[in-house]
Design a protein around this ligand. Structure first.
Ligand code: URQ
Ligand code: ZN
Ligand code: ZN
Length: 480
């Protein structure tokens, strides 16, 4: 299919320019002013609007089995909701149970993700350690297009890994030229504080936040940064939610360490007061980890994005409906952790980021698409508007407004964490692989049209850098 996006202003991470975009056979064929429309081409009028690279959400959990249930959003409905909001690629997570094969889990997730309506990749979680895990990490990088491995420092007794696993796994990933994602919360501290809260009779959703104070994230972030420094390895800390963790990342980066930080759109805009809602179900709907914080953390996260000390935005889209959340009535530790948001990330970041003057449109593209593409080695196939790139594009109407609501969203969840929020800036048309999949409110995604995107590992320099960081390894002492 040939499609010409005419009359818009192309906005990339680098610059903004009045240009048409010609898409042919799923890739961008030409970008320039006044392009001729080939015979039979479909014309999309972008007059007065912006043309952005499709958003990339590097942190979603479609159909995740977790805490005794399964996330309600599947790969088709979740990627469809994403394109309705301007997100055209996701990186989801393969999460093997401890002691099981990473490769078998990858195949199981691939089977689930066949129904996707937009392109996707996988981070693979390392939830235990053995020589077999080390071997399988190699196979996943060489044969399955995986260049990132996830580690949970939280969720004791379920997904949590200790420092030994972190040292082995991050070191192995470095050998392979892969990067490690980290959920940085001290799981032992959480477990201890959870028991204290329950013993004190605090069983409601507020107990979730009280058992995960900022220090729980700060300690883990500092610890994993130190471990990565010991190894000379790059790391990517997911859902940074506190001033303390953002500062730890900024200090490490200022010292020349390769640490990346991800911010969830919801942590920039929603604060801990949601847990005080008199309605249990509403408070429980906001139970996710890390929890929503006191307001002052939000400015630190915005500052991190504006300054470049934090690089990407995501949603951690992990949906549980009210009946699922209700399993935690009387015991907050049993409320499935997770919230939605894939459909609204781009609009809320545009409204509260660009609309307030915090971000330029180019910086918006950087934190919603280009930086993620570069960190996970998808660039310029994704995150760019240039010939040869995938034709994943959003015609962005910066003047149009909408009110976010569960009544109108396309997400498969019975709650919207931004309910009632008025936002200016929305996807008028979304193009995925050169096909118009969202146009003027009409969702036209096709089940199974999404592709699994292989992400090659980084070249050896990452290792060379690590050796330099660690200093030369001294020769063994000759003893007579
Ligand atoms: O921790 C995560 O990222 C997963 C299990 C989703 N849940 C959450 O509360 N963030
Ligand atoms: Zn997490
Ligand atoms: Zn997550």
């Amino acid at each position: 299919m040939t499609l010409l996006i005419r009359g818009g202003t192309v906005v990339t991470a680098e610059h903004s320019v009045r240009a048409d975009v010609l898409c042919r056979e799923g890739t961008i064929a030409a970008v320039g002013p006044d392009l001729e429309a080939p015979t039979g081409a479909r014309i999309v009028d972008a007059g007065g609007m912006l043309v952005l690279p499709g958003g990339i959400d590097p942190h979603t959990h479609m159909e995740l089995p977790f805490m005794g249930t399964t996330a309600s959003e599947d790969f088709f409905t979740g990627t469809s909701a994403g394109v309705a909001g301007g997100t055209t690629s996701i990186i989801d997570f393969v999460i093997p149970n401890p002691g099981t094969s990473l490769i078998e889990a990858w195949h199981a997730w691939r089977a689930k993700s066949e129904k996707s309506a937009a392109d996707y990749g996988f981070h693979v979680a390392v939830t235990w350690w053995s020589e077999r895990v080390a071997d399988e990490m190699g196979v996943l990088t060489r044969e399955h297009g995986v260049n990132s491995f996830k580690h949970f420092m939280a969720y004791k007794g379920a997904l949590m890994v200790d420092d030994g696993v972190l040292l082995n796994s991050i070191g192995r990933a470095l050998e392979l030229g892969a990067i490690c994602n980290i959920h940085a919360e001290n799981g032992e501290a959480v477990a201890h504080l959870q028991q204290k809260m329950l013993a004190a009779g605090i069983t409601g959703p507020e107990g979730h936040a009280l058992s995960r104070p900022p220090d729980v994230e700060a300690e883990a972030a500092n610890r994993v940064i130190a471990i990565a420094r010991l190894l000379g390895a790059p790391i990517y800390i997911v859902h940074v939610s506190t001033t303390e963790a953002a500062d730890a990342i900024a200090r490490a980066r200022a010292a020349g360490q390769r640490v990346y930080g991800e911010v969830l759109a919801q942590h920039l805009l929603i604060d801990e007061s949601v847990y005080l809602n008199k309605d249990w179900a509403t408070a429980a709907a906001y139970v996710m980890s890390p929890p929503f914080r006191a307001k002052h953390h939000q400015e630190a996260l915005w500052a991190g994005l504006v300054s470049g000390q934090l690089q990407t935005t995501a949603t951690d889209h992990c949906c549980f409906c009210a009946p699922q959340k209700a399993s935690g009535r009387g015991d907050f530790t049993r409320i499935p952790n997770g919230t939605g948001g894939i459909e609204d990330r781009m609009s809320v970041l545009w409204h509260h980021g660009v609309g307030t003057g915090r971000l330029t449109p180019n910086e918006f593209v950087r934190i919603t698409s280009a930086n993620t593409a570069q960190i996970f080695n998808l660039y310029p196939r994704k995150g760019a508007v240039q010939p040869g790139a995938d034709a994943d594009l959003v015609v962005w109407d910066a003047q149009a407004s909408r009110t976010i609501s569960v009544k109108t969203h396309h997400q498969n969840i019975d709650f919207n964490i931004y309910e009632g929020m008025q936002v200016t800036g929305l996807a008028r048309h979304t193009i995925s692989q050169g096909n118009l999949v969202w146009t003027d409110g009409d969702l036209r995604t096709v089940r199974g049209s999404g592709r699994y995107i292989e992400r090659p590992c980084f070249s050896p320099p990452m290792q060379a850098l690590a050796l330099r960081n660690r200093g030369s390894v001294p020769a063994p002492v000759e003893r007579g």
